[in-house]
Design a protein around this ligand. Structure first.
Ligand SMILES: *Cc1c(COP(=O)(O)O)cnc(C)c1O
Length: 471
């Protein structure tokens, strides 16, 4: 399998290089040259498989030619062995036609574990096959940092430096990062904001000599392999609810558009997906787009669902590429104009093509709290604020959807990850699951640095196992 850039100006790569490269050289995102297809008979044959076996079957076409192809089944099994539920991504019924797909049974209690647990193993295995090592540098406002750290901890060929804005993440989020005792994990509290952290990461990547010396890499959501791993649970839900042949629809709480794009990919691969509903909080650029065909940037507003506080959803570029029949010139033109004018009209044809599969929904914080309280009363379920934006979409759009088609809302975080919001909505404070129950007693390890690139580079030189080694 080979991968091409959405902007058409970067080398075509195999799976391993796509994995290690992340962002394409031309600024685009990688996609497989063709979508593998599963016909209805093949899908019926996959029903009932344990999640890791299903995952290996669905993802196998994407890793053909990889240095780790032979060991792929084993790596996938290892990635999901640490999940707390035998089904890995269990379905729970919320009402007559709505199911919650619980994606938060991994080590950091959010859906990002489903992809990152596998990604860490794939990185390590590919690097080991090549006799290489590398350094992951990332900035986090909370969720992504802990999932990336759990994915990379104790991996022999990876060092990870994770920056968070000092005093500006929640205590649970900080402790999930800083209590990981592994020699290759380095937490840094930056005296500044999340934007300062991101600027520092950009500054490091912009220093070509430093970037080459430490072989810097990223595990952000533009990495194709993250999308790939997320395709699997759409199939798992479709197989469980309809044997893979009965249509179903999904509601996806959306930030960077990575998760919902994986649902679109599943549809292209043969899963009968009727609608994909993109649920946003007050940061509603996508909801406005689905209504008007215009993509218009506004400032980011902080909400109760911080992992969706995003204005520019980077993975949307992948959808534009597909909707434009894979015309990279059109994608380059649209994104160039968007950067310059902060708004674009995508044109009727593209907009209609996208609306054939997707629709939007937006909900403010008051509505989110109300939804959390309602679900608690109606079905006993405690929802985190991100998942609640999705289940609210199911409630509000119900009239316009086909009643015979089951609806699956993606549960993206465990309620205990956002205890303050849950308590505000329901009066109950969800306890941490047992394996994290002593999180507040575990010792923390992090360094504090000023928001200066030179200070960060010096820190990495002091701490990295790659310093002085032939990386
Ligand atoms: C990251 C995240 C999202 C958004 O997912 P995208 O793939 O960025 O659209 C939603 N909910 C939670 C809890 C998250 O951590």
């Amino acid at each position: 399998m080979r991968y091409c850039s959405t902007r058409g100006d970067a080398p075509v790569l195999d799976f391993d290089d796509t994995l290690l490269t992340g962002l394409a050289e031309d600024g685009g995102l990688y996609l497989p040259e063709a979508w593998p297809r599963f016909d209805p008979d093949t899908l019926r044959g996959l029903a009932g498989l344990p999640y890791p076996e299903l995952a290996a079957r669905i993802m196998r076409p994407f890793v053909v030619g990889s240095a780790v192809e032979e060991r792929f089944e084993l790596l996938v099994a290892e990635a999901y062995a640490g999940f707390e539920h035998a089904a890995v991504t269990p379905l729970r019924q919320l009402d007559q036609r709505l199911w919650l797909l619980e994606l938060f049974h991994g080590p950091t209690l959010a859906f990002k574990d489903v992809a990152l647990q596998l990604l860490g193993l794939l990185f390590d295995a590919v690097l080991s096959a090549r006799g290489q090592r590398l350094t992951i540098v990332g900035a986090t406002s909370g969720d992504t940092g802990s999932a990336a750290i759990e994915a990379c901890r104790d991996r022999a060929n990876v060092e990870i430096f994770m920056l968070h804005p000092k005093g500006r993440t929640s205590e649970v989020q900080r402790r999930q990062m800083t209590t990981v005792a592994a020699d290759n994990v380095h937490n840094v509290a930056i005296e500044g904001s999340f934007d300062d952290c991101q600027d520092l990461v950009k500054a490091l990547f912009g220093d070509r000599a430093f970037r080459a010396e430490y072989r810097l890499s990223a595990v952000n959501s533009i990495n194709w392999a993250r999308v790939m791993a997320q395709i699997v649970y759409y199939f798992a839900a479709g197989l469980a609810l309809g044997g893979g042949t009965r249509p179903l629809s999904f509601v996806v709480p959306t930030g960077n558009f990575g998760n919902v794009f994986a649902g679109y990919a599943a549809k292209r691969m043969g899963l009968p997906v009727e609608r994909l509903i993109v649920a946003s909080n007050a940061n509603d650029i996508l909801a406005r787009f689905f209504e008007s065909g215009e993509l218009a940037m506004e400032g980011v507003v902080p909400t109760l669902s911080p992992s969706m506080d995003i204005q520019v959803s980077s993975n949307f570029e992948r959808l534009l590429f597909e909707a434009a029949d894979r015309d990279p010139g059109l994608v380059r033109d649209l994104l160039g104009r968007f950067r310059a004018d902060r708004r674009i009209d995508t044109g009727r044809q593209l907009w209609q093509a996208i609306r054939a599969d997707f629709q939007g929904f937006r909900l403010d914080d008051a509505g989110t709290l109300e939804e959390m309280a309602l679900r608690r009363r109606e079905s006993g379920e405690l929802l985190d604020p991100h998942s609640a934006v999705g289940t609210a979409a199911a409630r509000h759009l119900e009239g316009g959807l086909d009643r015979a088609v089951p609806l699956v809302a993606l549960g993206t975080a465990h309620p205990a990850k956002f205890p303050d919001a849950v308590e505000r909505a329901t009066g109950e404070r969800p306890p941490l699951p047992e394996r994290l129950a002593d999180l507040y007693e575990r010792p923390e390890r992090y360094e504090t640095l000023p928001a200066e690139a030179e200070a960060l580079k010096a820190h990495i030189r002091r701490r990295s196992a790659l310093t002085g080694a032939a990386a």
